[in-house]
Design a protein around this ligand. Structure first.
Ligand SMILES: NC(=O)N[C@@H](CC(=O)O)C(=O)O
Ligand SMILES: [Zn+2]
Length: 427
């Protein structure tokens, strides 16, 4: 038995126009896409009526913290994957800052086994660059790649030593794997929780300077040029980083970059109080940086959108701005936020937003998904573009409740998610 998705709105890749289509799915693949004016024989198949809904390739998020093993009270592979499905994501890449750190073959295999048994979306693990993310000794890249790691990152911390980063890039290049960098120079970060800017001044707080991110971006671009590796910059947040990435791309250096919804939508001036739900790393920057993020995404300097979904417990986040851990959840609000704030306002086309969350991440990381095309895996998301609903953390499937977007009235809520032709989540 196959599945017919009837009368959905599909954005055509070539024309970028919305067209009404019927999709037929069988054996995990998209078998047919026909114009909705044509009549189709659905006999013997399951039918999903998608009239008025957007039918998109499932979203891809290349920066997610699933917390397992070790921090199951914050999130598990199972709960994180359910949160992803509810947010319309069908593929997520998970960060290695677990306990133990995902930096040995056994832990990579553990993550993959757990994902196989319990995840309802596709989970792609990254492995750490250094043992325990301590920056002292490289991990065994070849063994980790053979075990299934899709790239290398010490996300959560920057690799402080330039020679260590250069060696990592040289090894990754040999294996044809990317290095994904959390850019942060510890000598410029002094225990601060917010950016240097208006909020820090108002509260008499030390700030995290923009250079602490950009100095690593600059260093790593030079190292990527020297080694030829694919270098991907995590959660870009500063005007200076954008400037460096733009120049590197012009020079033909193999650099790609990602930005998070919160860095496109919020600045330090929006932070209402010393509240842990507004604390993440990198921090919310100045309005000028936010403008630079939007412009960089628009001109292609930044390639894709990721959530940096970083769940923490309510107890941890209740410790406030100074003492709570960095991070906010993101999987269940990403699309509605960006659709409501950039597409319904006419600033972006729907096609533009979708490609930053589907086709481009797939292309950059060589994934066989991210497009609605006959013959491709049926990783599909249906979205209601009309109904307005407020962000309500009590309805989240993630274990995290740590979001600054509570109460935001948004449109663009996913209603059904399919992975390899199986309905994994529906409203
Ligand atoms: N982004 C965050 O604020 N926190 C992340 C780490 C990271 O992505 O740097 C986390 O693991 O909690
Ligand atoms: Zn990070």
């Amino acid at each position: 038995m196959g599945i017919w998705i009837l009368n959905g709105q599909v954005v055509e890749p070539a024309s970028k126009k919305m067209v009404q289509k019927h999709l037929f799915i069988e054996n995990g693949l998209i078998q047919q896409m026909t114009d909705a004016t044509e009549s189709v024989n659905t006999e013997g198949h399951e039918v999903i009526e998608a009239k008025g809904k957007l039918v998109s390739a499932g979203f891809i998020d290349m920066h997610v913290h699933l917390r397992e093993p070790g921090f199951e009270y914050k999130e598990t592979i199972e709960s994180g994957s359910r949160s992803a499905a509810k947010g319309g994501f069908t593929t997520i890449a998970c960060m290695p800052n677990t306990r133990p750190v995902t930096g040995d073959v056994e832990t990579v295999k553990y993550v993959l086994d757990k994902a196989e048994q319990e995840a309802i979306v596709k989970v792609l693990p990254y492995a750490s660059i250094t043992v325990n993310e301590l920056g002292r000794e490289l991990t065994d890249f070849q063994a980790l790649a053979e075990a299934g790691a899709i790239g290398f990152t010490d996300d959560g911390v920057g690799v402080q030593n330039a020679q260590m980063m250069k060696d990592a890039m040289a090894r990754a290049k040999q294996l044809n794997k990317p290095v994904i960098a959390h850019c942060e120079d510890d000598s410029l970060v002094t225990g601060a929780a917010v950016t240097e800017g208006a909020f820090a001044r108002k509260h008499g707080l030390k700030g995290i300077p923009n250079e602490s991110e950009a100095i690593h971006v600059g260093r790593d671009i030079l190292l990527a040029e020297a080694t030829g590796v694919h270098y991907h910059v995590c959660h870009v947040s500063t005007e200076q980083s954008v400037r460096l990435i733009r120049q590197a791309k012009q020079l033909g250096i193999h650099v790609t970059a990602e930005v998070c919804p919160h860095h496109l939508l919020l600045s330090d001036e929006d932070i209402p109080a010393l509240d842990g739900n507004w604390k993440m790393n990198p921090p919310l920057r100045t309005p000028r940086d936010v403008e630079a993020m939007i412009e960089a995404l628009e001109d292609g300097t930044i390639d894709m959108i990721v959530t940096d979904h970083a769940p923490h417990s309510e107890e941890e986040k209740a410790k406030g701005m100074a003492l709570s851990p960095f991070g906010i959840v993101g999987l269940e609000t990403a699309f509605p936020l960006l659709y409501s704030k950039f597409v319904t306002t006419g600033k972006w086309t729907l096609a533009f937003l979708l490609e930053k969350m589907t086709a481009i991440p797939a292309q950059v990381f060589g994934l066989q998904t991210g497009v609605l095309e006959v013959g491709k895996a049926a990783d599909i998301t249906l979205i209601d573009l009309e109904t307005t609903k407020a962000v309500d953390p009590s309805t989240f499937l993630t274990k995290g409740r740590n979001t600054p977007f509570t109460g935001w009235e948004l449109k663009g809520w996913p209603t059904l998610t399919m992975v390899d032709g199986n309905i994994v989540w529906a409203e």
